[in-house]
Design a protein around this ligand. Sequence first.
Ligand code: NAP
Length: 493
Amino acid sequence: MPEQQPRIVILGAGMAGILAGIRLQDLGYQNITLYEKADRVGGTWRENTYPGLTCDVPSHFYTYSFERNPDWTRHLPPGPEIQAYFERTARKYGINELTRFGEECNDASYRDGRWQLQFVSGHTDVADILIAATGVLHQPNYPEIPGAESFQGALFHSARWDHSVGLEGKRIGVIGNGSTGVQIVSALAGKAALLEHYQRTPQWIMPVENGRFSEEERAAFRDPEVLAKAMNVDEYMAAVEAYTQSITDIESEASQAMAQACRDNLEQSVTDPVLRERLRPDHLPLCKRLIFSPDYYQAIQHPQARLVSNGIRAIEANGIRTVDGELHELDVIVYATGFHADAFMRPMSITGRDGVQLSEFWQERPKAYLAVTMPGFPNLFMLNGPNGPVGNFSLIDIAEHQWGYIERLIARLDAGECDAIEPSMHAMETFEEERVEAAKQTVWYRGGCVSWYLDAQGIPSSWPWNFQRFVDCMAEPDWSAFNLPAPAAASHT
Ligand code: NAP
């Protein structure tokens, strides 16, 4: 380690920022600050607190590899337990001490070989290395429904849940049936006097069990060997591989098997043939992000629940009016209408080398070489940035692979082999051409649906190859892709 350590700033203290902070300390870096706009760590798990919030990744895989959690109570981790896990892990590894909370970065500009950072509060900082760990789905999408402001009841987005509003005995309308809307409806069925689920496009549902771990099991998992055996990593990785294969090859056996499981679930779980047809999607399973749910079909068949598949015309003082003219009287409306999935670090303004603006670089679509770095933006490294794998598997695992890659890039900086690392424009363009071509072969593109996976041009933005290819790409950088200038006389001062 050189005498003078590089100044490293991490933006965001969610899952990825905590990971970066822990790993950098492990490597011996001390000049690190995390900036977090909120008042505590946790990212998406801090912001989402809706009823039924659950991650659909098996609990023991939804942790850092170096910090397993024997205490999960369910096979799929409940949101509050995930938030508690991140808070506990941040405390254990001293992340809170490194973090300035309540600081939102609104401008990062690369000048004189360093990142000049400005914050909404007026605070400023300078970094040699900037890690963007700002999350993927964090800007709520508010639908433009006429009359929403006239509603007399409570109306809020799923990621801004208003816990001051009681739900027992209320008439509740949930708009949107992605993973979020499905979880909310499953949790509220039987609690509300009336629960209406507004469905614009039917979704395929993959049945999953979500059992409880007994006290004895949890006690046994304290032994890492017992936990490792119970996890059966090989089986899980095979499932991830089969999942990514079924996305990239719709003719594959894996794809057919998953599609059949969804179809069987609909046939076997919904008894009323009319309701069953209203719930049946006309696109291929996996085209939209697959919904894993043990209980949605039961919930929507609850006597107090109602599927509304007529379009929404307007929101009025007393409820929602659908296009057939019916007024659905409601006390609470929940927008489970998703997020602006193309935001990433934005609305922060980012200016790279020679004044290049991120907004210009991303004019067509958000893009990054192997999802981590961008030409013109030296020493800026992203975790869970654009075009990385996003699916029904652990984003923590994805971030760890990406972090391994970033560590190798930082090692070259640290060795004094260069002052700045960025990929060449040629590497970026070649990657992007291949990526877009591959994306057009995926079920996201060919499956006959619209989803948040698609960019403004209708091209799927997620990693379009199988998981192993991602793992291989992250294992060792292809150094021919990087511009590595000779180090200047003084570095990291
Ligand atoms: P989403 O998947 O984007 O779903 C948004 C829903 O809102 C869709 O049903 C959409 O209908 C509907 N919608 C949007 N605008 C509308 C409008 N103007 N009128 C009527 N309906 C409208 O959002 P999400 O459910 O919040 O999930 C987002 C992602 O978060 C997930 O895909 C997943 O990656 C993550 N998530 C994960 C978990 C987990 O278990 N790991 C849980 C929750 C969320 P259309 O389909 O017709 O567009």
